[in-house]
Design a binder for this molecule. Structure first.
Ligand SMILES: Cc1ncc(COP(=O)(O)O)c(C=O)c1O
Length: 444
């Protein structure tokens, strides 16, 4: 594979001062590629090589890199005399919350934070406060951030996890050292698409929250089976836990109202991030007043602490307002355009796989897609981990990178199309996929 010596030099230098050389382990890849410039749908690495990008910085770059309107909104804040005051409300945070409440009918209150992990931590705390129950259900194969309540059971090796358990729960597999055992005992990891396992846990423990991505998009793309999300809604009502949709990846991307809008199933709380602010660090928790007002409860013993020096910082908040105004333009015409681009890439990739006689499926929701080298759409982690050809996936991604298409070089990682992608980008990608499959087959 082509060398990345300029990128490696950056990593080597960083390693002297930063553990591992990088401030988020999730960005560390093999090959190590440092990017130095982005514009629209294209990226340039430290060697000066150009790529059509499908990573989108793990999906926040929904409008494309350096979107002019977002840039202008940020520039305006910087030049307008605005800064972080640390005292009093801001009109910008009010405008952002207003737009969300106005346009997503079930949402009555919104609060603004800096990152997805903060939002999921806060949502779980709120659910515990509301229900007075401490146990939390998470999904095997779901990712909801890095904190103690959720950093478990993502891409757990099957030999560690054992066979599929249904109804039942999996042994807890922390993603981090340092999560206290007492804390782990409050967490329960179950299969996605498996209502019996949720019931199983609810019958045994006082469950205050179930948090799930409505589509598992951190292990590619695993969709909820028909009726599954409604089944979760029904179980939440039956057992009295709060259903939290982690829409950090799905929110604003699959529809303005996220996957709740697509599915018609309403959670108790939703958390948003990524696409909401076009690459700027911002996340939000949203829901009906009856839950959200616990952040301002009259009774201090029931009030949930929500604080943060940087919450609703004017720069990311202006980026979010500009993003939302762009998304709402022309009655949401962007979503139709992205559906067309998504459908073309799905069709093109499916045809190329068939032309090369390769076993593979393209799973897609709107602008998010993934190629799984297996014969069906997986329904849960065991299905994916047991059937997908990881080796082939990785070789495929490396061949694409070699030819100027950036699919994140870790098997199963989901791809994102942005508003900046053109039909020409998509056609070029399909042509490169064709060449990549030829070269992959030649090495087998
Ligand atoms: C679904 C989901 N939830 C939560 C998070 C955590 O967000 P952040 O990395 O901003 O803390 C992520 C990040 O990838 C995510 O994909």
């Amino acid at each position: 594979m082509t060398g990345f010596s300029a990128s490696d030099r950056i990593l080597d230098r960083n390693r002297q001062y930063i553990p591992g050389g990088i401030s988020s382990i999730n960005r560390l890849t093999d090959p190590n590629i440092a990017f130095v410039r982005g514009e629209g749908s294209h990226l340039w690495d430290a060697e000066g090589r150009e790529y059509i990008d499908y990573h989108g910085a793990f999906a926040p770059q929904f409008l494309g890199y350096r979107h002019p309107e977002v840039q202008a909104a940020v520039q305006h804040v910087l030049e307008d005399g605005q800064d972080l005051w640390g005292s009093g409300p801001t009109e910008l945070e009010g405008r952002l919350a207003y737009l969300i409440c106005e346009k997503i009918p079930w949402i009555e209150r919104v609060t603004v934070l800096n990152s997805g992990s903060e939002a999921t931590a806060q949502a779980i705390r709120l659910a515990r406060a509301v229900t007075a129950k401490d146990h939390v259900i998470v999904m095997q194969g779901g990712y909801n951030g890095w904190h103690n309540d959720v950093a478990v059971n993502l891409m757990t090796p099957l030999d560690q996890l054992g066979p599929r358990r249904s109804p039942g729960e999996y042994p807890l597999a922390p993603l981090s050292a340092g999560i206290p055992a007492a804390h782990q005992s409050l967490l329960h990891a179950v299969n996605f698409n498996d209502l019996d396992s949720v019931r199983y846990v609810c019958e045994r423990y006082p469950v205050g929250a179930l948090i799930t991505e409505p589509i598992l998009q951190n292990i590619g793309l695993i969709k909820p089976q028909p009726g599954y999300l409604q089944g979760l809604r029904d179980l939440a009502d039956e057992f009295g836990f709060l259903l939290i949709f982690d829409e950090i990846k799905t929110g604003f991307r699959h529809a303005f109202g996220g996957y709740a809008e697509v599915s018609g199933v309403l959670p108790d709380l939703a958390v948003y991030g990524k696409a909401i602010a076009s690459g700027y660090p911002l996340a939000a928790i949203a829901g009906p007043a009856r839950w959200m007002e616990h952040y301002a409860h009259d009774d201090p013993s029931r009030r949930v602490l929500l604080a943060g020096t940087y919450n609703a910082h004017p720069v990311p908040t202006a980026a979010a307002v500009a993003t939302i105004e762009f998304l709402l333009r022309d009655g949401g015409a962007l979503y139709e355009r992205l559906e067309r681009l998504g459908s073309r890439i799905e069709q093109g990739l499916t045809e190329r796989l068939a032309a090369h006689d390769m076993q593979g499926v393209v799973v897609r929701q709107g602008s998010a897609f993934v190629v799984f080298f297996m014969d069906h759409h997986p329904v849960d982690w065991h299905d994916l981990a047991g059937n997908h050809d990881y080796e082939l996936d990785r070789t495929f991604r490396l061949a694409l990178i070699e030819d100027g298409i950036f699919f994140f070089p870790i098997a199963t990682k989901q791809c994102s199309i942005s508003a900046a992608h053109t039909e020409a980008d998509i056609e070029q990608t399909i042509a490169v996929v064709d060449r990549a499959l030829t070269s992959v087959l030649a090495t087998r």
